[in-house]
Design a binder for this molecule. Structure first.
Ligand code: HOZ
Length: 429
């Protein structure tokens, strides 16, 4: 496959956009080459500017769980746009999507809509700090909660892909209030509570980590965090930007039967438009302005186009009793097929998966935290990535990202992908 036009477009973009992209994870710096420029997408496929068709395993980094250009969402956006695109005033639509989200997710009474997952996580920790009157938070190395200052400490996703897990520009004053823990290590978290008595407002965690590849929580880990929070008067925040409405209607809280105090959302909840949200019980959420003193705001928060898209997406997921089972089965099929191909080519690898989140790591040891994720062989990953691209299969251009499976994928698409993995694997050694 040729990517000449994409290369030319990238060169033009780089003249006027830093690094040629509006979000670093889109760049190919970690794998070499230049990013693919998309012209359009439908269902499971991307169509690029060179006329190539690619099977998409990123799906806009998660939102397109029902495939690209999903008609009910597209139609809702078109109809809504005809009535005006932003008012900065309340609409009935906001209450409708809020009520639906609250009915789908356990342990939440109220939800506040924002424009991105970054905003949701940033606002959730402000609320946790305001509510508990404490300053410090615990985050886990390799977890990524968006790009606000408090979280760019040992961050995953693009921050680690491009070598800046601790970004310049984050002040020491901010960094000192973020305590770092090791994913899947309860003892480490307990020690942080002991060393910082009465000063930790919250633990924030991706309940299934998706920004250092996919790393599911060890048995009992999330329950253990719940207990530690209860013992120490801290809130437990689940960052469900990736897992929310993807792993189950009620997200990881439902899947693992663990109650979080605050939950953040992004991606699927917006149906492909810029939406984030954070939610929790009334007693905590009513501390937000204007009901309470913790300030948070936004001109485009609850934007009618975004709410229309999100509402159609949630309605579709809510109405489909089998969606999560189907996604799990498709992803398991892909996993098993890839395992066979990689095994028969004699490749050293680990595959991690939970539901429709999956990642391939080129290391035979278990990948359970940031340090083990970083052990993967990046040179092999680069060959794997470019080999698949040549076969017409698009995965994230970084070994630190999760693949997101869409229900639009057919078993023929999965078979095609498995065969492509087989072809590429035979050239990996
Ligand atoms: N959360 C996304 C994947 N790790 C990142 C999206 C972005 O940074 O553009």
């Amino acid at each position: 496959m040729l990517y000449e036009r994409s290369s030319r477009l990238f060169a033009e973009a780089a003249k006027v956009i830093p690094g040629g992209v509006n979000s670093p994870v889109r760049a190919f710096k970690a794998v070499g080459g230049t990013p693919i420029f998309v012209k359009e997408a439908k269902g499971a496929y991307l169509y690029d500017e060179d006329g190539n068709r690619l099977i998409d395993y990123i799906n806009s980094w998660g939102p397109m769980i029902l495939g690209h250009a999903y008609e009910p969402v597209i139609n809702a956006v078109i109809e809504r746009a005809k009535k005006g695109t932003s008012f900065g005033m309340p609409t009935a639509l906001e209450t409708e999507i809020a009520a639906l989200a609250v009915s789908m997710v356990p342990n939440i009474d109220k939800i506040r809509f924002v424009n991105s997952g970054t905003e949701a996580c940033m606002s959730a920790i402000r609320l946790a700090r305001g509510y508990t009157k404490r300053d410090k938070i615990i985050k886990f190395a390799g977890c990524y909660h968006g790009h606000s200052d408090s979280f760019l400490i040992q961050a995953g996703s693009g921050a680690v892909t491009f070598g800046t897990p601790n970004s310049p520009g984050v002040t020491q004053g901010t960094a000192k209030d973020t305590l770092l823990a090791k994913y899947n290590d309860l003892q480490n978290v307990a020690e942080l509570f002991t060393a910082n008595p009465d000063s930790i407002a919250a633990i924030i965690i991706e309940p299934v980590a998706g920004n250092m590849g996919c790393i599911p929580p060890a048995d009992g880990f999330l329950q253990g965090l719940r207990e530690l929070c209860d013992q120490n008067g801290a809130l437990l925040i689940f960052d469900e930007v990736m897992t929310g409405f993807r792993l189950a209607k009620g997200g990881a809280q439902e899947l693992y039967n663990v109650k979080a105090d605050l939950v953040t959302f992004g991606k699927v909840i917006g149906g492909g438009l810029p939406v984030g949200a954070f939610a929790g019980p009334e007693a905590i959420m009513n501390h937000l302005a204007p009901a309470g003193p913790v300030y948070q705001a936004g001109t485009l928060s609850g934007n009618p186009l975004a709410m229309a898209a999100g509402l159609e997406m949630l309605k579709a997921l809510n109405a489909d009793a089998d969606i999560y089972k189907r996604l799990d089965e498709k992803t398991a099929y892909l996993e098993n097929g890839m395992r066979k191909e990689l095994d028969s080519a004699g490749i050293t690898y680990t595959i991690n998966r939970r539901g429709s989140m999956i990642s391939v790591h080129f290391d035979e040891r278990p990948v359970t935290d940031f340090a083990s994720a970083a052990n993967g062989d990046n040179e092999t990953f680069k060959k794997f990535f470019h080999g698949l691209l040549q076969e017409g299969v698009y995965i994230a251009p970084s070994a630190y990202e999760t693949w997101f499976i869409t229900d639009a994928l057919t078993y023929d698409d999965l078979d095609f992908t498995i065969q492509a993995v087989g072809k590429v694997a035979s050239n990996l050694k």
